[in-house]
Design a protein around this ligand. Sequence first.
Ligand code: NAP
Length: 457
Amino acid sequence: MLGTQERPLRVAVVGSGPSGFYAADALFKSSLVCTVDIFEKLPSPFGLARTGVAPDHEKIRDITRIFEKIAGHERFSFHGNIEIGTAMPVSLLRKHFDAVILACGTEISQRMGIPGEELPGSYTAASFVGWYNGHPAHCDFPFDLSQEVAVVIGVGNVAIDVARILCKTVDELKHTDISQQALDMLAESKVREVHVIGRRGPAQAKFRDQEIKELTRLADCNCIVRAEDLLLNEASERELEEPAARRNMACLREVAAHPSDPAKRRQIHLGFLMSPVRVQGSSRVESIILERNQLQGEPFRQSARGTGEVLEIPCGLVFSSIGYRAIPVPGVPFENRLGIITNHEGRVIEDGHVVPGLYTVGWIKRGPTGLIGTNKPCSHETAQKLLEDIAALPPCEVPDTAALLRELTSRGARPVSFDDWRRIDAAERARGQAVGKPRERYTNVNEMLALLDEPAG
Ligand code: NAP
């Protein structure tokens, strides 16, 4: 009997972001006896809660305390520095676990798919966010901040994070846990004007009013919205029934009515009803061509349609911030159009049939939407389906994690346990304390592993 003291239900979770931890929590809170082993590509846990949330949003980052508590459960294990794929195929996990939950998230930015997108100076929000957060894969990215004008495509919360970090002063950032390398480069940044561009109107913007209010409080930057950009068609007026849209419009109208401060060095312009057409430049970004749009369709389903009128914004930097996309997991059915694992309510589906013992949660299950807390009900739903399926689940062949870890180690892996992570965490906090920051992150995996090889104490 799976789920008993004699034979606990063995679940492997791939990915240690919020959805992975919430899935573990839901299983621990069930009436069954479960063990949960979380496997993570990086030596550090917490996914986007560590490498996605902006460093100046400390309160949101505090969510990791909840995950630390979950990690304290007696039947929880963390195995960092192990990547799903060739070294550890899903089939190997399934040999050692009764069920596998894929919580790998969405790692890459959606591409705009326009000419010139690959020019030097045109970047994705995912790499910029990873860069300022010291993500080992992005921390060395050579962003060229010697440019004065940047254009950010997209009006979601990530676009606002990118604009805000570009426009904050060093004093506003130096006591956060932003990577030191990023802070040093931002200190030298010449960026003084950032245009954040939405393809639809202000009533359809995905950012929250809090994020815009924050832009109005920056020390050396004005937030500018033109009143004429806030005129709404009839369908958009109807959309103000929705509280978030209503709050956004009220906030934007206040911003538009507020005169900008000429003493401030930087400006963030929020613009709407424009789509990117092409990025121009001979050897690097020199400008972006946008087409003006109008909205068409029913309220709440309006889409942007080009009017044929184009305009050019001379700029040296372009950031596309139009959402994220998952990387397919080898051997797991993937819906390319939606960029998610093929699933129904968290059960993985192949050729129309449920794949027994294989589940998914979070952004790779439903797409990159919602706040961190949205993952809780999403993970709960999947855990519930898993528990409903338990009677039909064939127990795994080799219920032995130590055997799996021996096999992975023999292939060259160097797993990082949660206790190992606690050492890294303590060292990061100590390094931060020395410079007045909550932590100074290790941005290099080898550095983290070298720390673990030092004698403890
Ligand atoms: P998002 O909220 O989905 O916003 C994406 C933006 O890109 C939208 O404005 C979208 O416009 C636009 N877009 C999509 N395709 C486009 C295209 N081809 N051309 C031009 N524009 C295009 O995505 P996100 O900003 O990456 O955020 C992801 C999730 O993380 C969201 O749920 C967000 O709330 C959350 N998040 C929260 C915080 C926070 O709480 N502070 C911070 C960061 C992220 P349409 O609306 O027209 O599609």
